[in-house]
Design a protein around this ligand. Structure first.
Ligand SMILES: NC(=O)c1ccc[n+]([C@@H]2O[C@H](COP(=O)([O-])OP(=O)(O)OC[C@H]3O[C@@H](n4cnc5c(N)ncnc54)[C@H](O)[C@@H]3O)[C@@H](O)[C@H]2O)c1
Length: 288
């Protein structure tokens, strides 16, 4: 029996609830949304799958879940240029989430943007250990990096560290071939714009985040100890503290089991330092 709570069952939250159930990763859901009609519709739609799952909409049961996925709040639209611009708009939803987590002993996965700042904020406000606060975004950014590399016939495993936003840090130094700075900058610029293309065309991203999130839920519940990229509250790793950023982590039943500190080259180190400065500044606006 594995229980997944989802706070905010819109595009992403609803799809992850569906996908994690359909893939047999969870069999109990606790769903909450502050739009009652949407919540009711999502519950009905899930029941009509015929899957053998139990669904509660009692928000008091969120704290008893194995995993709580925080996906409530506004997504970007073509007039909201960066994820960081969503900070003030999504703070009320983030605060609501803290109120559901009294006595929570599971793993918190933060999706809502600006994801890194919200992960840091939730970690500090709830007092949860940083290991149990996982920010989601790095897996998606890494998959997008993989697409950009394949289009250019560049082989290797794609990893993106840093902020889930304008300050992402694609890691080129671990690829088999050298990639010169002008091409790196071209790819970085493409990565920064990739989700806005989807937002303009269909209102928001769904398939990529939902599949990677379902997979992240599986990694936790099955204690896979796989290496992946997630946002973690940093305490000196990569010379950064006072914020949460995407770093290489091992994920298991206890959450973030460890952070790997990779050797980065000068281009990447510069970008990672800039990401740290940016993220720390944003976090200091919400956590004193
Ligand atoms: N980290 C990532 O990789 C990633 C990827 C995609 C989207 N996102 C972010 O995830 C968030 C959700 O995106 P979406 O496309 O699902 O948006 P959406 O509008 O489809 O869904 C958000 C849901 O949150 C609900 N909500 C708002 N405030 C609430 C509150 N206080 N309590 C409970 N529910 C509340 C809304 O009613 C809505 O159903 C956005 O911030 C988006 O930018 C992050």
């Amino acid at each position: 029996m594995a229980r997944l709570a989802v706070v905010g069952v819109g595009r992403i939250g609803g799809e992850v609830a569906y996908m994690a159930s359909a893939l047999g990763i969870v069999d109990e859901l606790v769903l909450y949304d502050n739009v009652p009609d949407l919540l009711k519709a999502q519950v009905l739609d899930l029941h009509h799958t015929g899957l053998d799952i139990t669904i509660s909409t009692d928000r008091n049961e969120i704290a008893g879940a194995d995993i709580c996925l925080f996906a409530a709040g506004l997504p970007r639209n073509p007039t909201v240029k960066t994820r960081a611009d969503l900070l003030d708009a999504n703070l009320p939803a983030t605060n609501d989430c803290t109120s559901f987590l009294n006595g929570f002993s599971g793993i918190l996965i933060t999706v809502t943007n600006p994801m890194d700042t919200n992960n840091y904020y939730l970690c500090k406000k709830t007092g949860l250990p940083r290991e149990r606060c996982i920010g989601f975004g790095g897996q998606l950014d890494s998959a997008r990096f993989g697409v950009a590399l394949r289009h250019r016939n560049i082989s290797g495993i794609p990893f993106v560290l840093g902020e889930h936003g304008e300050h992402q840090v694609p890691v080129f130094s671990r690829l088999p071939a050298q990639v010169p700075a002008p091409l790196r900058n071209e790819i970085l610029s493409e990565l920064r714009g990739s989700s806005m293309e989807i937002i303009k065309g269909k209102g928001g991203t769904v398939f990529g985040p939902a599949l990677h999130l379902a997979n992240l839920v599986r990694m936790v519940l099955s204690d896979t100890r796989e290496l992946t990229i997630c946002s973690s509250v940093l305490e000196g790793e990569y010379g950064i503290s006072g914020c949460s950023l995407g770093v290489p982590v091992r994920i298991g039943r206890e959450g973030i089991l460890g952070i790997e500190e990779w050797d980065l080259d000068a281009w990447e180190t510069g970008k990672m330092t800039a990401a740290g400065t940016f993220a720390k500044n944003l976090c200091s606006k919400v956590v004193s």
